[in-house]
Design a protein around this ligand. Structure first.
Ligand code: FAD
Length: 446
């Protein structure tokens, strides 16, 4: 049986960053991924734009990127290929910005960086079980194109998004809200091409979206379209001419944790995409010559399991802008909760969905403690993905892709420290990891 210093399972934004950071620190790394490319929700789920790094510095009033490291490197390298479009939500200079990115280029960039770092990648391979005793993971069993393989390592990182590996090891996990176990809904992303985007964006993104949503409301009321799933259609610019990105479908109900449920979600997601596309193309100015450009290869899953770690990051800590001695990632992203039971957003004021209710906006940026990546009772496993140890509300803030890139980078950095000291990753102190992440202790430069 082949033995690695580190096995990372799941190559989303977090797992890919973990594998790169560990390999750059000298570890012999295997990255296992069920799709044929990296990126997870950013590529297979076609999720866009990259959120979590935007910050307005309260001291200077200026805005910039809060997350450096690998996240900064990825955005810079994509920008160098004209694969990033930084946009503001309205024509007002004061409006926050986000980075839309071309996920085809992101796939290729990940391949390139992984190869340069010397990570071995096993695509089209899915974790099925783990051999684990006394809180120590010995090996994982993976279904590959060539059959089932057992792979051993000194340390493991679970970056499956769903805490599949932690769960297979018997580590404790929570699912959904404390009160009723409900998770945030799923959505299937899609893009429409051939749009008159100049006209759509003439008065800014907000105005373009409002025009579409006003028309949709009228047509719903008049019975011209049956679309009760989501009350507003999220529309975003995309860095290709004539293309707009849509976050507009919604599937509430049981979490995406069984084969049957995932299949149901895929079918229903595509059914909703079809209904909306037909309506947009047939009824909305700017979409007269439009066509369905692409539909995500896999349904977008916002929330399933969250591991129980040595520290459970709470909603209050997010709101307070908590800082930790072992803070290894930071963000100012708000508590973004799509209603698990309905068509609206839990964070939004009912009279104006663009305005946040009290209790959803952090007062300053917050940090994520390394202990929330360390599952209780496990000595050589980290969970570095949206399934880190948080409550449901803190998860809604930390789950986004720039933040997850930073979390993954920290986990990979910890694996590098483990190799240096010849100890499993669970024995690493988060304060030491923080010291290695240079940008965290620099003053904000904007
Ligand atoms: C509909 C939707 C809209 C969103 N909107 C935004 C947005 O606008 N901006 C933003 O920044 N974030 C957004 N998010 C959140 C963000 O996309 C995810 O939370 C983020 O990608 C999580 O990163 P991750 O690496 O933890 O997990 P994922 O991106 O989920 O990656 C997990 C990886 O593990 C692999 N995997 C899973 N199980 C196994 C297994 N058993 N064996 C092998 N491989 C496995 C998967 O294939 C995947 O590649 C959105 C999410 C959704 C679902």
């Amino acid at each position: 049986m082949k033995r690695y210093e580190l096995v990372v399972v799941g190559a989303g934004p977090a797992g890919t960053a973990a594998a790169i950071a560990a390999a750059r620190s000298g570890c012999n790394v295997l990255l296992i991924e069920k799709h044929g490319y990296c990126g997870g929700m950013a590529t297979a789920g076609m999720v866009n734009p990259f959120l979590g790094n935007y910050y307005r510095n309260p001291e200077t009033g200026k805005d910039g990127s809060l997350i450096g490291g690998l996240c900064g490197e990825i955005l810079a390298r994509l920008t160098g290929r004209d694969a990033v479009l930084r946009f503001r939500y309205s024509n007002d200079e004061d409006s926050p910005f986000s980075d839309a990115f071309d996920d085809a280029w992101l796939r290729m960039l990940y391949d390139e960086i992984l190869a340069q770092a010397g990570v071995q990648v096993l695509y089209h391979s899915q974790l099925v079980e783990a051999r684990c005793a006394g809180g120590h993971v010995e090996s994982v069993r993976v279904v590959t194109k060539g059959g089932i393989r057992e792979i051993a390592a000194q340390s493991f990182i679970d970056s499956t998004g769903d805490a599949d590996l932690a769960d297979a090891c018997g580590a404790g996990c929570d699912v959904g809200r404390d009160e009723d176990g409900l998770c945030q809904p799923c959505s299937t992303m899609f893009r429409i091409g051939g749009v008159d985007t100049r006209e759509f964006l003439r008065h800014g993104l907000r105005a373009g979206r409002k025009q579409v949503n006003d028309l949709l409301r009228e047509d719903r009321e008049e019975g011209n379209i049956e679309f009760p799933y989501k009350d507003t259609v999220g529309i975003y610019p995309f860095p290709r001419p004539g293309v707009l990105h849509f976050n507009a479908t919604r599937m509430c109900g049981a979490p995406a944790l069984t084969g049957e449920r995932v299949s149901e979600l895929e079918t229903e997601g595509r059914r909703q995409v079809r209904a909306l596309c037909e309506w947009l193309i047939g009824n909305v100015p700017c979409f007269g010559s439009a066509f369905l450009d692409s539909i995500a290869p896999q349904v977008g899953v916002r929330e399933t399991r969250r591991v129980r770690g040595r520290c459970r990051l709470s909603r209050e800590e997010i709101l307070d802008g908590a800082r930790f001695e072992d803070g290894i990632a930071r963000s100012a992203y708000f508590i973004d909760v799509h209603d698990p039971k309905g068509a609206g957003s839990v964070h939004a004021k009912p009279e104006d969905p663009r305005v946040l209710r009290d209790g959803f906006k952090p007062k300053r940026y917050y940090e994520i403690p390394f202990r929330s990546l360390q599952p209780e009772g496990m000595d050589n496993l980290l969970v570095a993905c949206r399934a880190i140890s948080t409550d449901h509300y803190a998860h809604a803030a930390t789950r986004v892709m720039a933040t997850m890139t930073a979390v993954g980078e920290a986990a990979g950095t910890a694996a590098g420290l483990g190799k240096e000291r010849n100890v499993p990753v669970g024995a690493i102190n988060g304060r030491d990891v923080r010291e290695r992440i240079a940008y965290l202790d620099l003053p904000l430069f904007f």
